[in-house]
Write a protein that binds this ligand. Structure first.
Ligand code: ADP
Ligand code: MG
Length: 482
């Protein structure tokens, strides 16, 4: 049995993110996902002789945006390089990338695992073009190639080997996904391949300073699979070392079905690619002003929002984290609290009824039919004691969604849902309840105080939820004292 605890796992990640530009990195072809195969393929995409690439300014802007959000240094002198290799889905026989001058250098991303925060250093973020797609499973005899994706702008985010567990890797990719979505530079959709991740994994004895030989695992198409692949691969590597074997530097592929990795090829070195400066694209220099303008366009990021939600709005760390998971959710919440100072209630509406509605209807918040002011009007009615939260959430909220043009108050009146806080109206109902449950009243007086909830529940049932719970509790306690 291998002594797994004696080893440390070391991981460095390479995350590819497709940029949400309209067109490709070097020509006007659309990058829209899901088009019929080979319909977004001009002669430039196909690399026909005599065609010339032209830089997409938006792609540069997006790469810088991500770099600034990750605390990187921005390289002002840039040029592209050709990375030469032959692959059927690479129409030109080379990929245009940035080998020696990545547009963003160093920087870090903060992750949180449990209660521990850690900065994962970045080595670089560079721009490059995507390849096409080889499809092996639609024809028995042949591999089909779709060049639509060829030339799509990508950024590749490369970490230092700073990650020490599959949980840290999971947190890192989640954080990157959140960031690109906040910045609106990539849709973060791993299933469609807009966000992809390769994991470099090695193991070493805990006291060892030198890094072990690494294996690169590709084809990780979900954040969960990044974690799974690291776990199985680390286990495999430890078993090799423990049994006296040597680890081969290799590229492997993860099979999500069986949860195993298989060797694809021995790892190539940089020399194999015969990099040289791309002669068809002029080097480009970035002006300070251009970079500053991008800096100003960056919205408040999750970390900053979380801090504000906890310190200024007095929300729990958990609520703050969930509310900032998606920028559009967080933006909606911030619209709510422009109209109410009851921050806790606003958070509860977001994380309760609204979230449930979105899940059940498979919608994003931008497909939610109610305006922030309408939710705030519900919060105010509750705060004024006119309705209870439960009536608001279960009766009024669904009606508002069906009739968004009606005000909350008009629904309350039409449906006769105004909360009863009049003692003279609730008192007699309480008396009825106490008579019906006379035995429970005796038990209560003998110490079973938990029965209070039963009495309150019964009053609510009889008043169809309209009795003010505060008033009900107060009268009940008085009556039960005697
Ligand atoms: P390449 O581009 O050939 O894959 P890089 O030097 O750019 O090589 O490294 C790629 C990734 O591998 C980086 O994320 C880096 O942190 C990681 N890495 C390098 N050495 C190791 C190692 N011994 N163990 C784990 N990860 C490593
Ligand atoms: Mg690599």
């Amino acid at each position: 049995m291998a002594d797994f605890d004696a080893y440390e796992i070391v991981v460095g990640l390479e995350v590819h993110a497709q940029l949400m530009t309209q067109s490709k990195l070097f020509c006007g072809d659309s990058i829209a996902y899901g088009a019929a195969p080979n319909t977004h393929v001009s002669p430039i995409t196909l690399g026909h002789p005599g065609t010339l690439p032209k830089m997409n300014r938006k792609a540069i802007e997006y790469a810088i945006k991500m770099g600034l959000a990750c605390n990187c240094q921005i390289e002002q002198h840039n040029y592209f390089a050709r990375k030469n290799y032959f692959y059927p889905d690479l129409p030109k026989g080379y990929q245009v990338s940035q080998h020696t001058t990545p547009i963003c250098k160093t920087g870090f991303v903060t992750i949180k695992v449990g209660d521990t925060k850690k900065n994962i250093r970045l080595n670089r973020i560079h721009l490059e073009e995507d390849a096409g797609k080889s499809i092996h499973d639609i024809d028995k005899e042949n591999t089909c190639i779709d060049y639509n994706r060829a030339g799509t702008p990508l950024i590749e985010i490369v970490t230092e080997p700073d990650l020490r567990s599959s949980d840290e890797a999971f947190a890192f990719v989640s954080e990157i996904r959140k960031l690109v979505r906040y910045l609106e530079v990539c849709d973060g959709n791993m299933e469609e391949g807009s966000l992809r991740c390769d994991a470099n994994i090695s193991v070493r004895l805990k006291e060892e300073k030198k890094l072990g030989t690494r294996v690169e695992v590709k084809n990780l198409n979900s954040i969960r699979n990044v974690k799974r692949a690291i776990d199985v691969e680390a286990k495999r590597l430890i078993e090799i070392v423990e049994s006296g074997g040597t680890i081969q530097q290799q590229t492997r592929s993860f099979d999500a079905g069986s949860g195993t990795t298989q060797a694809i090829r021995d790892k190539e070195d940089a020399d194999d690619y015969r990099y040289f400066p791309e002669p068809d694209l002029t080097p480009f220099h970035l002006q300070d002003e251009f970079i500053e303008k991008i800096q100003r366009s960056i919205p408040a990021l999750p970390e900053e929002r979380i801090k504000k939600y906890i310190t200024v709005y007095q929300l729990s760390a958990y609520d703050a984290a969930v509310l900032t998971e998606e920028r559009i959710i967080s933006d909606y919440f911030e619209q709510l609290i422009q109209h109410t100072a009851n921050y806790k209630a606003a958070a509860n509406w977001m994380l309760g009824p609204i979230k449930t509605w979105l899940n059940e209807n498979e919608k994003e918040i931008n497909g939610f039919p109610l305006q922030p002011q309408q939710i705030v009007s519900l919060i105010s009615l509750i705060d004024e004691g006119k309705i209870s939260f439960s009536v608001a959430a279960t009766r009024i909220f669904p009606l508002m969604i069906s009739f968004p043009e009606k005000s909350a108050l008009s629904i309350v009146i039409e449906e006769n849902l105004l909360q009863e806080s009049d003692v003279s109206a609730i008192g007699p109902i309480i008396d009825e309840v106490l008579i019906k449950f006379a035995d429970k009243v005796t038990a209560y007086k003998n110490g079973k105080k938990g029965l209070l909830a039963l009495f309150v529940g019964e009053v609510m049932k009889r008043t169809k939820g309209k009795a003010d719970p505060k008033v009900t509790n107060k009268i009940l306690l008085e009556k039960l004292k005697s």
